[in-house]
Design a protein around this ligand. Sequence first.
Ligand SMILES: CC(C)(COP(=O)(O)OP(=O)(O)OC[C@H]1O[C@@H](n2cnc3c(N)ncnc32)[C@H](O)[C@@H]1OP(=O)(O)O)[C@@H](O)C(=O)NCCC(=O)NCCS
Length: 273
Amino acid sequence: MIELRACQGHDEMEACVRLQIEVWGYDPSDVIPRKAFLVAQVIGGQAIGAFDTELSSNGPEAMVGFALSLPGVKTGNFEPRAYLHSHMLAVREAYRNRGLGARLKQEQRREALARGIRHMEWTFDPLQIKNAHLNIHRLGAIACRYLVDFYGVSSSRLQGGLPTDRLVAEWRLDSPRVQAILEGGPASNYVIEEQILVPASIYQWKASEADWDRALDVQLENRRKFQQAFSQGLAVLGFVRDAEGNGIFELGPLTHLDLDELQTKSPNESPRL
Ligand SMILES: CC(C)(COP(=O)(O)OP(=O)(O)OC[C@H]1O[C@@H](n2cnc3c(N)ncnc32)[C@H](O)[C@@H]1OP(=O)(O)O)[C@@H](O)C(=O)NCCC(=O)NCCS
């Protein structure tokens, strides 16, 4: 059985750091340290751990996943509003594809709503088909911002040396769209005006010296398409996978419902995030 709960004490925060290094393969300059997990929790963020209760102890050694979020504030022509920026989600490899990543996100949502926080965001690599499926299709996030090389050079083995381009996932926690999707129903109807494809082979191309340029070409072409679509007012509203395992982002105009989801977007926020 996997128990989800807030991390407690220095040892469990340290276990998050160890799992982070195991999952991303970061070198020390990229690692989020234990103190940052601690501070995030103290100032209104979240450090939530997933613990396998069948392992010898239910303490730090039993941690098989975690989610870290930082508190943020949106300002603009409305009262300042608190939201959460989810910076990391990790599940140990042997525990993946059993719904644990989705459960961690749902625990973040439950805990946020219990405190009256209704909006959460995070960035994700649009070349990671699995993450796009989880974020858009399973959780109901939408995206209408594209960040070019957001983190700069990264030692993450998942990045494969490509620029760290990111989409910003926006999760309006109590919107009808999100509720319907989390209950297993369909998303509200949306019109598809643009599709952006990520080939299933992208993972092999990134990892291969011979094909790395092909991965970069896909990234640059998709970057251009996302930027153009977003400048025309379209947003990522759906994500599907075809029979070959390719990922397809579905973009369309925001309905009134979806527009409401974006009310927390701040006109004065930094152009990078
Ligand atoms: C992203 C991550 C946290 C997901 O955890 P997880 O426990 O495997 O997630 P879940 O089991 O809840 O959901 C995974 C979904 O992706 C699907 N999936 C698995 N492999 C896939 C692939 N290659 N392409 C597309 N979808 C895939 C699964 O079928 C599942 O969808 P379903 O529930 O509709 O069947 C985990 O893979 C991970 O730690 N990755 C490395 C770190 C990372 O990328 N973190 C997120 C960015 S910060």
